[in-house]
Design a protein around this ligand. Sequence first.
Ligand code: HEM
Ligand code: HEM
Length: 205
Amino acid sequence: MALRNTSTSWGLPARALHWVNAVMIIFMIGFGVWMTGVTERSAAVRLPLYGIHAWVGIGVLTVVVARLLWRFVNVTPQPAVGGKVWQHRTATLVHWLLYLLVCTQCLLGWALVGTFPTDALKAMSGIEMLPMLVSTTDRSLHETLELVHYTMAMTILALVVLHVAAALRHHVFLKNNVLTRMWSGRQQVNQEDDYGKTVNQPGSP
Ligand code: HEM
Ligand code: HEM
């Protein structure tokens, strides 16, 4: 099983990190909305949930940083043939936006923890072992960070929906192996689609 990426395939670490990261981020959005919306308003109920969310969130940040480091010491597979230049550019833009927004979102969440009037959350999330990005009880800063954190989560969700739609389009309509090479790491090979057109040829525009 190949560890390193090649110009036509993703190696095991890149694929594993992608899917672990995807599951964690989808969990973070769902869990975040649920935990802030639970009807029980007492701090005794909410704080442990916020603690779990923050703890997993630091895990997300760690995995994204690991992904980026691994990406910089590896080649990145060529885009699949069959798409237009603007589509490749859009895909690249969405990928980099996802990296950027997810990192920023984690830092915002980390800062948010430092605006709670109690230290209990820091202890519950294990964040007390890390330096605080912000340490204040300023209510308006807390509310601003909360709003930005929520808006950012919805923006990430919109980008993920776009990203998944594009992946499914490659798989179902363009019938290339963009999705399977991220899933199973199968080498990209030249193959013909239903119309006899060659797809997946590495190195093509
Ligand atoms: C929160 C969820 C997700 C995030 C943040 C995410 C992020 C990314 C990023 C940043 C890349 C670019 C990798 C790079 O060039 O370094 C990528 C590639 C990819 N993702 Fe996702 N992804 C997510 C979920 C999914 C899901 C659910 C699917 C499938 C339905 C998927 C399918 C793919 C595929 C097929 C590629 C490879 C594209 C290629 O080889 O050109 N992703 N993803
Ligand atoms: C990809 C990463 C993350 C995503 C997608 C995410 C998503 C969310 C969402 C959707 C909410 C609910 C917002 C609302 O309805 O008001 C939330 C709340 C929260 N998040 Fe995150 N989060 C992430 C990372 C983090 C991290 C790393 C931390 C802390 C280290 C964190 C701490 C919090 C806290 C404390 C709240 C509760 C805010 C409040 O209501 O006072 N989050 N997050």
